[in-house]
Write a protein that binds this ligand. Structure first.
Ligand SMILES: NC(=O)c1ccc[n+]([C@@H]2O[C@H](COP(=O)([O-])OP(=O)(O)OC[C@H]3O[C@@H](n4cnc5c(N)ncnc54)[C@H](OP(=O)(O)O)[C@@H]3O)[C@@H](O)[C@H]2O)c1
Length: 219
């Protein structure tokens, strides 16, 4: 049994991940900003609420409550629309703060609790891939996820000496609130793939970017 910390676990992919890890008998510490009840129903899952990844105080308060653990999943994220005709700097700033700076501050605050041999899964998006961009648009979201990928690569190099592996994982196009229920896969299929990636990838693959289905993605 391993100990997993899941950040952004009250709905969508985060909640699905907690449910699946629980079925496997793993120890889970699930965090959220506000638990709407879904997490507390899951017997055995340790829930810590009041964790906002844009707020360093809440991340340090979380760190104070955590034991040593094996896998950190940073799932929290937001999607908002930005087109070339309407660039709202506040929206872009919020996307950057939650999707890029938030995961960086999260890893910075919690890394001291991750065991040697542990893993960090950053849930990014293939929309952050510059090479894979064939449809344009989504400026703020794409930029924020590219920045997350960049940060993840540096984390991988910085944490190599501690033998902590870092992976950037695309969950697929998943039917959640974020996509207003549209998508190609359901949460169950996405988290199955994400968990397989984290299980199979090793320190030899640290700093790499993957589709949950198992294909490497270009930067
Ligand atoms: N769904 C897709 O097709 C898709 C595709 C590619 C990548 N992704 C990525 O996958 C991740 C999960 O997406 P999802 O589809 O499950 O989205 P979702 O259903 O909208 O859930 C987003 C989660 O992030 C949390 N969150 C947002 N801002 C936060 C903050 N400042 N601090 C802490 N938690 C915060 C939300 O908490 P609240 O309930 O408090 O708002 C919620 O738990 C995101 O990083 C997203 O970018 C999703």
């Amino acid at each position: 049994m391993k100990t997993h910390v899941v950040i952004g676990a009250n709905r969508g992919i985060g909640l699905g991940l907690v449910e699946k890890l629980r079925e496997q008998g793993q120890r889970i510490i699930a965090t959220c900003r506000t638990d709407q009840g879904g997490l507390r129903k899951l017997d055995g899952v340790e829930v810590i609420d009041g964790v906002d990844i844009t707020d360093q105080h809440s991340l340090h308060a979380l760190a104070d409550q955590l034991p040593e653990f094996d896998v950190l999943w940073v799932v929290a994220g937001v999607l908002k629309r930005t087109t070339l005709d309407s660039v709202d700097p506040q929206v872009c700033q919020q996307l950057f703060e939650v999707n890029a700076l938030g995961p960086l501050m999260t890893v910075s605050a919690l890394k001291g609790h991750i065991r040697s041999g542990g893993k960090i899964a950053l849930i990014t998006s293939r929309m952050g891939s510059i090479n894979d961009n064939t449809s344009g648009g989504s400026y703020g979201y794409r930029m924020s996820k590219s920045a997350l990928n960049s940060a993840g690569k540096s984390m991988a190099l910085d944490l190599l000496a501690d033998q902590i592996a870092v992976f950037m994982l695309h969950p697929g196009w998943v039917r959640t609130d974020m996509t207003q229920g549209r998508g190609l896969v359901d949460v169950h299929e996405s988290v199955q793939g994400l968990m397989e990636r984290v299980q199979t990838l090793t320190i030899e693959n640290t700093g790499t970017f993957w589709h949950m289905q198992g294909d490497p993605l270009p930067w």
